[in-house]
Each structure stands twice: as structure tokens, then as C-alpha cells.
Design a protein around this ligand. Structure first.
Ligand code: SF4
Length: 466
């Protein structure tokens, strides 16, 4: 692994810096136009230190065209360009970096984000410097100096040290453009699900901003006319006492908003919390349901049961909060029976929304390491690592079977009589199929290697004889 070369003494010259959050070819964020916060925090820190900063979220405005190159002149005139990549946006991030370098070799290119943290050497092939982990502690060094190589970011111990994000840094930003305003109150997650990259990036210790500061940010935004918020926390109620105090603060200060968040199903164990959520304007909770197959929940190390999930959907309904159930299909314990049981579960418990991802190995996770070890990854085209493509050899399906089964669940769910989102779903499906014509032609030719099916047969035989 390459490490950072000694830095030249930093020069405090005011620099022109552009941050770019590349978009994936296809994901739900394109539709809801929800920018991530990472590059906005970095931009706010640099601005506070006197630099001239612009941020570009490709979920709002594209900055790169594969034939025309970089379409924003300001980016090519920058002293430094920072690109934040996750796995599905990595290829596009690299293409942007290469295009900037080709058009103006003097621009210093810095890459960060969860994918660069997991595979820094790969990212370094397209950048002068790669910042791993949380970049806030190192962004000034990365921009002010000529340090080349990998710069290791340190976790921000006190999140109150971070500035309040300035949404005006976002180019092309208009308040009406954002249907949801992003806000974050915490980082880290004490759980350790095998497929999730949150803990490698933010750690298992739950850190949070003081409620006082979060309330101040909410007040500032509501005064500016924002009313709909999305809490980006990976687990909004990891510390229920603290979350309840935050919500009580919203009531005390008359902060009237509508909001959505992500949480584990264990929020349903606290009626007082659910009551406060409803009274403060919570509309939707995205629940990490993952599966209705108990063996899959164990495979994922999810530490929850199907009964917990049912209890949560029922309780949320009773509190008039919509549940968005997020499933991850295709574990080694999933079969076509799991798929049918999932549909039965949805028909019975009727959550308001559901989302079905295909299990994919995110670099840096335990699941990725296992898939590598077992040689079960058939493509390293990162653009396909977005939960809507099969990129591994599943155990109980061929790749095309798994894709078809997941598409079948989507169709089954969004044609259920109590739902109204079928036309939106049809649009999604049409768009996805249009973008993925080649993939759809190729996938049926991807056959599970014999060594895997033979190994399965051996395991099945030994289980039978046991
Ligand atoms: S999936 Fe959710 S609960 Fe599990 S580790 Fe990730 S953030 Fe935590």
C-alpha cells in the first residue's frame, strides 16, 4: 500500500476548490434529488478557512459527459478538485478525475469517500491524494499542501466541531429543488451487519451532535423556508434517550416540520419514542428489515427477529407513521421459497412502501472478504454494485434467476391493491431496463462455476447423512 510522501510546508493561499459528488447510473436518489452531506461538510470547513469553494452534487446537476468531458468551466479553473466516491459511483468518479486531469493537469485531485477508504490504492491511480475515513480532520492539509499519496483521516471525536452545512455551496441549488432537506445528527452504528459499510467508515461507537446544535440547524432551515427533512443518520434512534430529548426539544421550540429517517425495528419497543416521533411530524421510517427468513437474519448478523419486524410495522401504523421496509435478497440461506414468503409477508402486513435490493459485496465489509475468498465475484464493474444488479454467484440461484426473482417481488408489491405507486414503479423499471440493456443480455450467460455447485452438493450430502 502506498503511503503519503512528506508534505511540503503548507501555504495558506486562498484556493479555488470544487467538490464533486458523482451520481450512480441509476438509483433512487436521482428521483428524490437528495445530496449527500460529506462533501458539504468539507466545503464548509474550507470556506470557514477562507477558501473559495463550490460543491456539485450530480444528483442535482451533472458535471461530466462521456464525450464532452467536464461541462462546468469552474471545475477546470480550480486549484483543487475533491471527489467523494461510494462503490456504485466509483467508476464515474474516476472518469471525472481523469477528465479533469486531461483538461488541466495543474489541478490537484483529491479522492475520498467510503470506496476510496476500502480501496485507496485503486483510487490513487486517478488522484494526487486519497483521504481515507472521515476527511474533515485532513481536508485542510490535503488542499493546502502538495502531499501525495494516502492521507489517513481521523474520526471526528466531537461532532459539534463540524460547521452547520451551507446548502448554498451546492451549485444549481434552489430550495424548491430539494424535496427533502438532508440533516445528520450522528455517526457510527453499534451493530455489525455483515454486508454494511457504515462501521468501517464511521466505526461502531455511536457519536452524536448535541441536541442544542441540531435544533439550531433545524430552526435556521425552517426560517429559510425548508419544511421536509431527511435525517441521514444510519440508525436515528440508536440511543433512544437522546433521540427522545431531541424530539422534546423540537416540541418545546415549536419546530414544525415533516421528516423521515432510517432506523432499526427495535424503535417499536418504545411507545413514548413513537408517540414523540408522530407529534414532531415524522412521516416515514425506513426500516432495515433485510429478510423474513430467520436464517438470513442470522447470516447478516442482524440481531433481530421476524416478530420484531411485524411488531414494528404494526406499531408504526398505529402511530400513523409510514413504514418503508428495506429488504436485501440473495443470501446463502435464501431460496425461491424465501421470495414467495416475502410476498406473503407483504400481503399480510401491508407496509406502505418496500424496497428490494440484491445482496452485493461492498469493499471493506466482511461479506466482500468472504466472496473474494470463495471466488464468487464475477464482475468488478463497480457501477453494477448498487443493489439492483447481481454481481456474485448466489448459492441457491443462478445470477439471472436471482435478478428475475427480485424483479418479480417488486412487481408483486407495487401491484398490490392498496398501493398507489405503480406508475412510478413502472417508470423506474422502464428506466432501469433501458440503461441495462447490455447487462440484461449478458447475465443469462453467467453460469455458476461447477466447483461451487459441486461444493453445494457435498454440503447437502453431508447434511443429509448427519
Ligand atoms: S445495516 Fe444498519 S444496523 Fe446494521 S451495521 Fe449497518 S447501519 Fe448498523
Amino acid at each position: 500500500m502506498t503511503t503519503a510522501q512528506p508534505a511540503r510546508p503548507s501555504h495558506a493561499k486562498r484556493q479555488k476548490v470544487s467538490f464533486i459528488e458523482p451520481c450512480a447510473d441509476f438509483n433512487g436518489y436521482n428521483l428524490v434529488r437528495l445530496p449527500l452531506l460529506g462533501h458539504l461538510y468539507l466545503g464548509a470547513i474550507l470556506k470557514r478557512n477562507g477558501h473559495d469553494v463550490r460543491c456539485y452534487s450530480e444528483n442535482l446537476r451533472r458535471v461530466y459527459h462521456h464525450r464532452r468531458g467536464i461541462t462546468e468551466k469552474r471545475i477546470l479553473e480550480s486549484d483543487a478538485v475533491g471527489i467523494s466516491i461510494m462503490t456504485p459511483t466509483a467508476n464515474r468518479g474516476y472518469a471525472i478525475a481523469d477528465a479533469v486531469r486531461k483538461a488541466n493537469p495543474k489541478v490537484r485531485i483529491i479522492i475520498g469517500g467510503s470506496h476510496a477508504t476500502a480501496l485507496p490504492d485503486e483510487a490513487l491511480r486517478h488522484a494526487d491524494a486519497v483521504v481515507t475515513g472521515e476527511g474533515e480532520s485532513k481536508i485542510l492539509e490535503a488542499v493546502n499542501s502538495d502531499t501525495k499519496g494516502i492521507i489517513r483521516g481521523e474520526r471526528v471525536q466531537n461532532l459539534d466541531d463540524l460547521p452547520i452545512v451551507d446548502l448554498k455551496l451546492l451549485q444549481g441549488f434552489r430550495p424548491k429543488l430539494l424535496r427533502l432537506t438532508p440533516i445528520a445528527t450522528s455517526r457510527g452504528c453499534p451493530f455489525d451487519c455483515s454486508f454494511c459499510s457504515v462501521t468501517q467508515m464511521f466505526g461502531r461507537r455511536y457519536r452524536f451532535r448535541s441536541n442544542e446544535l441540531v435544533l439550531e440547524e433545524l430552526e435556521r432551515r425552517t426560517k429559510a423556508g425548508f419544511t421536509n427533512f431527511f435525517f441521514y443518520d444510519d440508525n436515528f434512534a440508536a440511543d433512544k434517550t437522546r433521540t427522545k430529548k431531541l424530539l422534546e426539544g423540537m416540541l418545546r421550540r415549536n419546530i414544525h416540520i415533516y421528516w423521515a429517517c432510517q432506523a432499526r425495528v427495535d424503535i417499536a419497543r418504545d411507545d413514548e419514542l413513537l408517540d414523540l416521533m408522530r407529534r414532531t411530524g415524522c412521516v416515514t421510517v425506513a426500516l432495515g428489515v433485510e429478510s423474513v427468513n430467520p436464517r438470513t437474519l442470522v447470516d447478516y448478523n442482524k440481531k433481530q427477529s421476524v416478530t420484531d419486524v411485524v411488531n414494528c410495522i404494526v406499531k408504526l401504523k398505529a402511530h400513523e407513521i409510514r413504514a418503508l421496509c428495506m429488504f436485501v435478497m440473495g443470501s446463502d440461506s435464501d431460496t425461491s421459497l424465501t421470495v414467495r414468503e416475502t410476498v406473503r409477508f407483504l400481503k399480510r402486513w401491508k407496509p406502505r412502501y418496500a424496497q428490494f435490493s440484491i445482496l452485493f459485496p461492498i469493499p471493506g465489509t466482511r461479506f466482500y472478504d468472504r466472496m473474494l475468498r470463495e471466488k464468487r465475484i464475477w464482475t468488478r464493474n463497480w457501477s453494477l454494485y448498487d443493489g439492483s444488479h447481481v454481481v456474485t454467484y448466489p448459492k441457491n440461484f443462478t445470477p439471472i434467476q436471482l435478478l428475475d426473482q427480485v424483479r418479480w417481488i417488486w412487481k408483486q408489491f407495487y401491484s398490490m391493491p392498496w398501493l398507489t405507486g405503480y406508475s412510478v414503479f413502472r417508470y423506474f423499471l422502464w428506466k432501469w431496463e433501458r440503461i441495462n440493456k447490455k447487462y440484461l443480455l449478458y447475465l443469462p450467460t453467467v453460469k455458476t462455476p461447477k466447483r461451487l455447485t459441486q461444493a453445494d452438493a457435498l454440503v447437502a450430502a453431508s447434511e443429509r447423512s448427519a
